[in-house]
Design a protein around this ligand. Structure first.
Ligand code: GSH
Length: 322
């Protein structure tokens, strides 16, 4: 498929103060019975990068809900470059796919197909409808809520009953999501992409304020809210699992690592990774490291991918190592 003509996707637009703002999401539909997008098996495809934390949220929820046989996944390679995210048809990489549904070479081709006038940055994740041949939604925060409920009638009781956004905890989840997004999920990007010293230092402080607050919230607990897994844990996990491996070094969030500085977060992280297959099976350290160090060549001109840290994640029982 021809690559649409668009600006160089390796270039980020800087604000006047040297900060970078996140891409706008344009497709904000939902999947519901009686709507344009009906919940059906074998109809929807999630286009993801295994490197991307926002896409990672959707992969974890798909796995937690047991939606693997209902919603397909197509994975990009980690090399986001001039044409954006490529598929394996143009950039073979272990763990990446050729796109069997649209024959797209890049994620931008999907956006062009869905809306020929689309002028924003073609981001992942993309929830694609093979029936209407368009994008249903490209906002991960909304996609995970769609996956949480829309397909329940097609699932066995146990999976259908798993609710990551239960009515009695919604206010608490929204509240914690808001400050974790600002200080941590997006905070690490504000630090990493800052093009002015003061902007970087402010973002750096905010990241560690956020982590301090999470450390206190997790004291003696297995989950952020109450005693159950919610979407708040999923949304935090995707940043924390990348922290020691890329954000600490590549994004200059180097006051300390999670493994050395945050014992409660470190315990929570290892428990999710080692005890819950939905977290481990969707985490690919190769894609994560290659993406950040290769794609962001403006902050790593020679595209050398560091070998460490070793290991990428410590074993579950590792306190004796620390
Ligand atoms: N709000 C979006 C953000 C997604 C996003 O920023 N994805 C990044 C990858 S980590 C992307 O695809 N960026 C493409 C670009 O900047 O050109 C979401 O959460 O779904």
């Amino acid at each position: 498929m021809a690559v649409v003509d668009a600006k160089d996707l390796t270039k980020f637009k800087l604000e006047a103060d040297g900060s970078v703002k996140r891409v706008k999401t344009m497709f904000r539909n939902t999947i519901e019975q009686g709507g344009k997008f009906e919940p059906e098996a074998d109809r929807y495809v999630l286009y993801v990068s295994l490197a991307c934390p926002w896409a990672h949220r959707t992969l974890i929820v798909r796995a937690l809900k047991g939606l693997e046989n209902i919603i397909a996944v197509v994975r990009t390679t980690p090399h986001m470059s001039t044409n954006g995210w490529p598929f394996a048809s143009v950039d073979a990489f272990p763990g990446a796919d050729v796109d069997p549904y649209n024959n797209a070479d890049h994620v931008r081709d999907l956006y062009a197909k869905a809306d020929p006038n689309h002028s924003g940055r073609p981001s992942v994740p993309v929830l694609w409808d093979t029936k209407h041949k368009t994008i249903v939604n490209n906002e991960s925060a909304e996609i995970i809520r769609i996956l949480n409920t829309a397909f329940n009638h097609l699932l066995p009781e146990k999976s259908a009953n798993l609710d990551l956004f239960p009515p009695n905890l919604r206010d608490e989840i929204d509240e914690i999501n808001a400050w974790i997004y600002d200080t941590i999920n997006d905070g690490v990007y504000k630090s990493g992409f800052a093009a002015a010293q003061e902007v970087y230092e402010k973002a750096f402080e905010r990241v560690f304020e956020g982590l301090d607050r999470v450390e206190a919230a997790l004291k003696g607990k297995d989950y952020l809210i109450g005693d159950q897994l919610t979407e708040a844990d999923v949304r935090l996990y995707v940043t924390i699992i990348r922290f020691d491996v890329v954000y600490h070094s590549c994004f200059k969030c180097n006051k300390t690592t999670i493994r050395d500085g945050y014992p409660e977060i470190h315990r929570w992280l290892r428990q999710l990774y080692w005890n819950n297959e939905a977290f481990k099976s969707t985490t690919n350290f190769d894609h994560i490291k290659h993406h950040y160090w290769w794609s962001l060549f403006m902050i790593n001109a020679n595209r050398i991918v560091p070998v460490g840290p070793i290991p990428s994640i410590h074993p579950l029982w590792c306190d004796e190592l620390m």
